[in-house]
Every structure is written in structure tokens, then in C-alpha cells.
Design a protein around this ligand. Structure first.
Ligand SMILES: N[C@@H](CCC(=O)N[C@@H](CS)C(=O)NCC(=O)O)C(=O)O
Length: 228
């Protein structure tokens, strides 16, 4: 199948740093800084894009169980992820990811064509509504968690047959859609979502994403132990 996403050119990174015992310095340097929850699926998305791009950046680990008050200073919604790039402060994982994708175009993760790009954005929106709107309930294992598990399971099973025909969500090339769904696929066991045998093609697709170097590098130690 013809590539929709164009040429990919993976440059070797020179600087990548993860700040763990955090000394927070808001935008104090010229590198992109991502304030990222060590177990947060939304932050996970942004880490994947940063590592796929292979440029210089700094990931600042935020402990979700002991969140510093300063996050509220840079994000009025007091959530991670937050990206600080000199004077620019961004929140919302998909907005951050589109910015990184435009700032560092190789490999391009959003389709180059405006119609395909609009479709991709529409699909990203649907993914938020149908899948990621349940993350909070699943993370906190709230009373309605079982209902959320079943809803997410059913939506994912609807997707499964696509992957008998294509490698990735938009066709043959890895894209922003794959980035967006990957943290959920990684956490299925962690959230006690059992897809059963009919999810074979979907799980093969998931393994294809999990074996990418960018995906592996983006995992935090806490995420590595989420899957056996
Ligand atoms: N729609 C947002 C969701 C971000 C979000 O919900 N982050 C959660 C972590 S899962 C958070 O920081 N919650 C605040 C808290 O737990 O104190 C995005 O895509 O970035």
C-alpha cells in the first residue's frame, strides 16, 4: 500500500535527559521540557513522540502520587503532561504532540494532506470520547470501573479486524493515531481489561508498536512493570 505519511528520516539524538529527583526550573533552558507523569498514559503519548523524533529534549518526571504544586502554575487544569519550550507552555497531550510533530517534521506523524490530517484529528477526537474519557475511572478504579472496562473492551474489539488488512491505524505507516492509542494498549492488563481471543490482530498490532525503539525508550521504570 502507498505510504500516506511520506519519507521518514531518523536522526541520531545527541542529548536526551530524564530528570528524576526533580529540581524544577520552569523553562529555564533552551531545550524542550516535558513535565510527565511517570505512570500517566497521556504523558506516555508525549514521551513516545519525543523519542520517535530523536531530537534533544528533557523529560521531567512528576510523581502522580505526590504532584508538585507548581504544576498548577503552568497548567490551569493542574494536570500533566505539560510542555515548556522557551516562552511556549502547552498542555493537552494531542496538542503537545501536534506541536512537536510540526516543529520537528521527521518522521512526520500527522498525514501531510489536509483532508487526511482532518480525518486523523477527527479520529483522535473519537478516541478521546470512546476510550480515553474512561482513563480517570480506570486509574482510580472507581465504582464505575467495570462499566468502563466493558465499554473500552467493546470499542477495541470493534477495531481489531482492521489489523488483518493493515499494519497501523492509518495504513502501512506508524502515525499519531498509533501514538495516541498505544498507552492504553500497554495498560490493558494493568486496568484488568480482558479482550479475549478475537482480539488477536489487535494484539499483534500492539506488539508491533511495543517493539519500536521509540516506544521502548519512552517507557518509565514504573510503566515497564505494568506488563508481564
Ligand atoms: N486530556 C488531557 C488529560 C490529562 C490528564 O488527565 N492527566 C491526569 C493524569 S492521568 C492528571 O494530571 N491528573 C491530575 C492529578 O491526578 O492530580 C491530556 O490529553 O493531556
Amino acid at each position: 500500500m502507498q505510504s500516506m505519511l511520506g519519507h521518514r528520516d531518523i536522526a541520531a539524538p545527541s542529548v536526551r535527559r530524564v530528570v528524576r529527583d526533580t529540581e524544577y526550573s520552569w523553562g529555564g533552558n533552551t531545550m524542550m521540557n516535558l513535565y510527565s507523569g511517570t505512570t500517566d498514559p497521556f504523558s506516555h503519548r508525549c514521551r513516545i513522540v519525543l523519542y520517535e523524533k530523536g531530537m534533544d529534549f528533557q523529560v521531567i518526571d512528576v510523581d502522580m502520587f505526590n504532584k508538585p504544586e507548581d504544576i498548577a502554575v503552568i497548567n490551569p487544569y493542574n494536570r500533566v503532561p505539560v510542555l515548556v519550550d522557551r516562552d511556549l507552555i502547552l498542555y493537552e497531550s494531542n496538542i503537545i504532540n501536534e506541536y512537536i510533530d510540526e516543529r520537528f517534521p521527521h518522521p512526520q506523524l500527522m498525514p501531510p494532506d489536509p483532508i487526511m490530517r482532518a480525518r486523523a484529528r477527527q479520529l483522535l477526537h473519537t478516541m478521546e470520547q470512546e476510550l480515553f474519557s474512561h482513563i480517570d475511572v480506570l486509574e482510580k478504579n472507581q465504582k464505575t470501573a467495570e462499566k468502563s472496562r466493558l465499554h473500552v473492551r467493546d470499542r477495541l474489539l470493534e477495531l481489531a479486524p482492521i489489523f488483518t488488512k493493515q499494519k497501523y491505524m492509518l495504513g502501512e505507516e506508524f502515525s499519531m493515531l498509533d501514538v495516541a492509542i498505544a498507552p492504553l494498549l500497554w495498560r490493558l492488563e494493568h486496568y484488568a481489561i480482558d479482550l479475549g481471543k478475537s482480539a488477536g490482530p489487535l494484539m499483534k498490532y500492539a506488539e508491533r508498536i511495543f517493539s519500536r525503539q521509540g516506544f521502548i525508550d519512552a517507557l518509565t521504570p514504573s510503566e515497564k512493570v505494568m506488563r508481564r
